[in-house]
Design a protein around this ligand. Sequence first.
Ligand code: MG
Length: 380
Amino acid sequence: MTKTISLLGSTGSIGKQTLQVARELGLTVAALTANTQVDLMEQQIREFRPRLAVMMDADAACSLRARLSDLPVQVLSGEGGLLTAATLDEADTVVTAVVGSVGLRPTLAAIEKKKRIALANKETLVCAGELVMDAADRFGAEIVPVDSEHSAIFQSLQGCRDRSEIKRLILTCSGGPFFGKHHEELEGIRPADALKHPNWSMGAKITIDSATLMNKGLEIIEAMRLYRLPVEKVDAVIHRQSIIHSLVEYRDGAMIAQLGTPDMKLPIRYAFTWPYRATSPDEPLDLVRCGALTFHEPDTEAFPCLRIARECAAVGGTSCAIMNAANEEAVMAFLREEIGFNDIPRQVERALSRVDVKYTPALEDILEADRLAREVVRNR
Ligand code: MG
């Protein structure tokens, strides 16, 4: 069980909810990291009193240092600071809640220090899942997923003694705000439309990924890596209510699922308390009042990102890293209103056609694929 955490990405949606759970469970916080939000960071530090704070942005680090001169907290900046936070001796658990492939190096560094990884950065497993899982095996580090679907699968696998009994994993997908629309109808979508998620409140990047269904594509790859299964054994089904968080289908036909209200605090709490469970202060799911649960096939014509992700998963090598980096860049361009909604999958496919795939890549090959894919999208 977790006693002391290092939280990478404390001012984002998962970061804030992690601190709520830390407060509730009485965890010690050794380090907090953020990009640029100095105000919120100062507030969090005054409450949780970590010994280390990191701002990715150097100017933000300077201004935070000045504001906290009355406290015995060290303030660092940049990727070096992030690595220090990920490897602090006193933290037994590292929560990786940063967005994007910037989470990769610190996650690997924390694994080498045998930390429990409460993994909330799916891009890490998408880009370098094999490297990360091999390192976790080699160093004996526990990886406990915080992503709600993967936590649901993790919970549904607790009684499973032999992984060959798994027939397939079924990830549920809310369908996002544009469920039922045709591809052409999505052409004129603006960021403000896409930022309205029906069930979950999340950061901008993942909300857009949920609207394009790229989020589910990334999660299929994340599940393949976490549970070492081929893409044929990982499916997605549209479930508009977000009550069933995912399922495991076993070879005898049994389906084991985890249900609950859509609240990230449950998977965060479980990542800290596993293999035990703590009492939640929140209202549990009311089965009678939650209404009918429905399921639909995903529409990969309207939402090509899901098809692209499955194709990359089948190809393997650096193709998932190329896809992920191109998607990050395309989503940012969409948020700046420089490209349209349907240009996101177009840019991803363009990057995939222009950057060569390397099979059995080393970390450097993955980082290079990430860089080249970003370049393709930036120079569109
Ligand atoms: Mg998820």
